[in-house]
Design a protein. Structure first.
Lengths: 189, 189
DNA sequence: GGGAAAAATTGATCTAGGTCAATGGATATT
DNA sequence: AATATCCATTGACCTAGATCAATTTTTCCC
């Protein structure tokens, strides 16, 4: 019973209880300890992952500067997958790592195909998820291009209060493309 | 015969000639004159649009500053649609306008549904397109967060030489989140 | 082809936010 | 509980890139 994911799906499409039971059979639970990797830069992503609880970070490693650049955070009810790598079986461009003990449920590539074949109404759900994510990326680009660092920080806190709570400030700084010191200064006002 | 789109589709999935003839029946051609709007901020997007030739810009209007912030350009073989608006029938957040005489082919919402029902293998094509776009947005966020203005400009020229050719510099500046003056200075080196 | 409008360039000046280094708190590990 | 590591804060200084204003160049249009 992957209740949290059921609820998420039912917000977008209709599924009967029997269908949900079939659905569950394709997925497995997994627990990641703090610091454990879900996916590493250069590997092929073979699972699609849904976060039930905890927190993950996804980051690029900047080869020249040697720094980690946060691409996104994933907390409960978010997906944490490199879709390009998962679908096209190309090496992943980024790394996904647990920030704390994290419960996820995951599905392997082949099981994912089988599931969509047996429950085709899920195509729609996954397209909706993709589009929502796409919309949020577009919004983020505009925010980055048009808002000052301080505005961006406040915007982040307002939009993602749960993430702001559990993620250290220097990672939020990286996500926002500003320095950790500057976030300190913003807060002291 | 929407040849350019056929070629694009055949790069990703298989379709027979008969299927392509059926495919074509759902689409209509349209020509936009320079300055003409394909979609305006606040409207519902009722068509999905594929650019055959010409160039379009998509931009947010920054309400406080009153400026246009470029979200993307679309030239030949690109899609130019507000997907969130098209699929969820929500008011669009941005405006799409022709930068020069532009030939597009478009499909209405209902026709799009009908087409997917009659040619279900297209689901895959559109998912691939969506994912590619997602990858490019993720890349753009990293570039914006980690590269200096000058690097970003060179990166843009290297990745999108065709766009750089036909789009005025001050719009590229907006896309990159830098000032037009600074691009001038970059070029004089 | 000539005038107007739009775009690009250049110079001068200013500032948001970075960098570096030192210090101080928290957290975690034994 | 003590120590080590990680993270946040603070101050001093610096620079990438913005802004503003004045030309110059290009493009458009009758």
């Amino acid at each position: 019973m992957h209740l949290k994911l059921h609820q998420n799906i039912l917000q977008h499409i209709k599924m009967t209880e029997e269908e949900m039971i079939l659905f569950d059979s394709y997925w497995t639970e997994r627990v990641l300890q703090k610091g454990e990797y879900l996916l590493r830069n250069g590997e092929l992503s073979i699972t699609d992952n849904y976060v039930v609880s905890g927190a993950l970070k996804a980051f690029y490693i900047n080869p020249t500067r040697g720094t980690e650049e946060i691409l996104f955070f994933a907390i409960e009810d978010w997906w944490a997958t490199d879709l390009l790598s998962f679908n096209k079986q190309k090496p992943s461009n980024y790394t996904i790592q647990a920030l704390e003990t994290t419960h996820i449920i995951q599905i392997h590539r082949q099981a994912f195909q089988d599931m969509l074949a047996s429950l085709p109404q899920l195509e729609r759900y996954f397209r909706i998820i993709l589009e929502s994510y796409l919309g949020s990326l577009q919004r983020r680009i505009i925010v980055q291009n048009t808002m000052a660092a301080e505005e961006r920080y406040h915007d982040f806190i307002a939009h993602y209060p749960l993430i702001a709570q559990k993620v250290p400030q220097y990672l939020i700084a990286s996500y926002l493309g500003i320095s950790p010191e500057f976030i300190s200064r913003i807060k002291n006002k």
